[in-house]
Design a protein around this ligand. Structure first.
Ligand code: MRU
Length: 345
């Protein structure tokens, strides 16, 4: 393991006048930042998954509001609040499942209701706070999650939950980073079809840190667990209901079922901004369906093709299959027994 203290990659960079977004569609082949000067650009970046991962989507949206405030408060000092409110509404339509998006926009709406007529520094300070708080939460969860793992050796993760998906360290991948700083582990990453967040992003991020990782086809997970190689599955979340049911990248539920079958423990790592306190359980979580072209081989994508695709990109894991939920406010062991109430402020 490489002990060097270099900073993990940054998915988002505020330049002072614009938002730079690392285009995650191009990784690992190319590290290219696109620069956005208006809200419409940020909406497009979220929709097309140049930026992705629940916390990073929330942070990007917050800076999208800053860009809106910069534009409208100068152009139209009388009516700027209406224009910003309209942009917030458009941002809220960009992706449906990650609650961090709506959580961040809700904070921006509260500020809009009370902001001064020189609002740019106020909105910028809030967006930067959302970003910095997420990064701090990542580090806290990293240590707490590593405590729970103890000296567990074999860890399997899914999707990408690292610096690319967050304020800059990671949720599940932050726990894996912190655990690997304490002692070497054996890390497995599922490729995460169809978008390959695991194969393209997680593997790349870990190797940037000098952490060895073994990639598996998603369909190899059962056989890997059966071999005894895995002690914990460690994943993130896009939305967590009050009873601990967790929505996360499609395939997470399958891993939880397999983990139960094989006596493997199952950890979800997410900041409290990912908890949707309005939902008593996971039944009400909106599951995003993406374009079938993201799944279908190109040769089947043409008008009147006989082949279509069902492409839900999240699923919900019931709390009963989860051994621990790690947040920056504390760890809930066996969430199905106690729910998450103890984390509410
Ligand atoms: O479709 P994506 O790539 O945005 O999905 C991301 C995930 O499902 C992550 O596991 C989740 O957002 C947690 S990221 C810290």
């Amino acid at each position: 393991m490489n002990e060097s203290k270099h900073l993990p990659v940054q998915a988002l960079q505020w330049t002072g006048t614009s938002l730079k977004v690392l285009d995650q569609r191009q990784l690992p082949q190319a590290v290219i930042y696109d620069e956005y000067h208006d809200t419409a650009g940020v909406v497009e970046a979220i929709k097309t998954m140049r930026v992705r991962g629940a916390p990073a989507i929330g942070i990007a949206a917050a800076f999208g509001v800053v860009l809106s405030v910069r534009r409208h408060s100068v152009k139209d000092p009388q009516q700027w609040r209406q224009s910003v409110a309209a942009d917030i509404e458009v941002l809220s339509q960009s992706r449906p499942t990650a609650v961090n998006l709506f959580w961040a926009l809700e904070q921006m709406k509260h500020l809009l209701a009370k902001a001064s007529d020189q609002p740019v520094p106020e909105f910028l300070a809030l967006a930067q706070k959302i970003h910095q708080d997420d990064l701090a939460a990542n580090h806290t969860m990293g240590e707490m999650g590593a405590d729970v793992l103890g000296d567990a050796q074999g860890l399997l993760t899914h999707c990408n939950t690292g610096a690319l998906a967050t304020g800059g360290y990671g949720t599940a991948l932050g726990v894996i980073r912190s655990a690997c700083q304490r002692a070497p582990r054996t890390i497995y990453a599922g490729e995460t079809r169809p978008w390959l967040q695991g194969a393209r992003l997680t593997v790349w991020e870990l190797t940037q840190d000098g952490i060895p990782v073994t990639l598996i086809a998603d369909s190899a997970a059962a056989w890997l667990m059966q071999s005894g190689a895995i002690d914990w599955v460690v994943v993130g979340a896009d939305r967590i209901a009050a009873n601990g049911d967790c929505a996360n990248k499609i395939g997470t539920y399958a891993l939880a079922v397999l983990a139960r079958q094989h006596g493997v423990k199952f950890m979800v790592v997410a900041p409290t901004s990912t908890i949707d306190w309005t939902l008593p359980n996971g039944n009400g979580i909106a599951i995003e369906q993406r374009n079938s072209a993201e799944l279908l081989p190109a040769s089947y994508v043409y008008p009147d093709s006989l082949v279509t695709a069902w492409n839900p990109v999240f699923d919900v894991t019931p709390a009963a299959l989860i051994s621990a939920i790690v947040t920056e406010r504390g760890v809930v062991i066996d969430p199905s027994e106690q729910g998450l109430e103890g984390l509410q402020q």
